[in-house]
Design a protein around this ligand. Structure first.
Ligand SMILES: [Zn+2]
Ligand SMILES: [Zn+2]
Length: 310
């Protein structure tokens, strides 16, 4: 071997060695530094209602999940709004350890729903990370008669289909021992009427709760519970804060409903699971408890309600 060839081999071996050390440093040290960043004594929370499968998040999901973890948001439940969206939520639960899924069909999309959703739903909820059925329920806020060309008979057909698809989801929940994530807007009476016959077997999470304390008491009286979003932090959210103040500990959870309803100081921007922290700060003030107490009560309530949540 000539001396220059020997030099080359030496340089190559040296470079290889350095690159292995660099690789090792990055693999071991960087995650350790990132882990340090999340103080283990920090109170942890769950985002019990997020739409991670929406296109709003397609560009930065790994970073978003990491930001949530660093903020102490240990679990994120991604909610399906139809069969395809539920499949995407399940795929995300398979991809990220702290993400779980809920499978169902949203009331405002029922005109595209099959006449019998149950067979598809029974398959979806078998997945070990599907922790509830939904989101389902009734939404009379934007009825077809208020759209151009809509008539009252369109409203009746829409409401009938919402009731049918809601009832089918309650049936699958009852059969499989799961609870239901309930979306209810301007339709409280009809929602409670449909839920009532199932109430001994299925509990509902009335998500994005935006009604008064009297409505909350009827819901809790049926064994169901409520959950609060960033609306809690809005200047004009006093009625929601009053409803939370009246809600007994153990009967409410926290959620973002992201990408919607970013709490203060992010109002109007894209919401994400890390912002449960801002919602928790206000919730603790309203309940007059510490963040540690709020963490314990809301996480225990979520684990009990979504009993497949690990
Ligand atoms: Zn909803
Ligand atoms: Zn939702």
């Amino acid at each position: 071997m000539t001396s220059s060839a020997a030099d080359n081999v030496y340089v190559l071996r040296f470079t290889f060695h350095v690159s292995r050390i660099t690789h090792h440093v990055f693999r071991r040290l960087v995650p350790a530094v990132v882990r340090r960043y999340h103080d283990p004594a920090m109170p942890t929370f769950f985002d019990t209602h997020a739409h991670l499968d929406y296109p709003d998040f397609s560009q930065d999901l790994p970073e978003l999940v990491e930001r949530a973890r660093v903020a102490g948001i240990e679990r994120i439940i991604s909610i399906g709004t139809d069969v395809e969206s539920s499949r995407r939520a399940i795929a995300l639960a398979e991809r990220f350890e702290g993400v779980f899924a809920v499978a169902g069909w949203h009331p405002t999309h029922v005109l595209e729903a099959p006449e019998d959703l149950r067979p598809a739903l029974r398959e979806l909820v078998k997945h070990p990370k599907v922790v509830a059925v939904g989101e389902t329920g009734l939404d009379y806020y934007r009825l077809p008669s208020r759209q151009p060309g809509g008539t009252p008979s369109n409203d009746e057909a829409y409401k009938r289909k919402q009731a049918l698809i809601f009832q089918q989801q309650l049936e699958v929940a009852a059969e499989t021992g799961l609870n239901c994530v309930i979306h209810q807007r301007a339709a409280l009476e009809d929602t409670l009427t449909i839920l009532q016959p199932f109430a001994s077997r299925v509990r509902g999470q009335f998500h994005c709760f935006a009604d008064d304390a009297a409505a909350m008491r009827r819901i809790v009286g049926m064994g169901s519970l409520v959950s609060f979003t960033g609306i809690l932090t809005f200047k004009n959210g006093q009625n929601i804060r009053d409803a939370l103040a009246a809600t007994p500990m153990g009967h409410f959870m926290l959620e973002t409903d992201c990408p919607y309803l970013a709490p203060m100081p992010y109002r109007g921007k894209r919401c994400e699971p890390a912002y449960v922290k801002e919602i928790a700060d206000v919730a603790a003030q309203v309940k007059g408890c510490s963040l540690d107490e709020l963490s314990a009560t809301t996480c225990d309530t979520a684990r009990e309600f979504f009993h497949k949540l690990k």
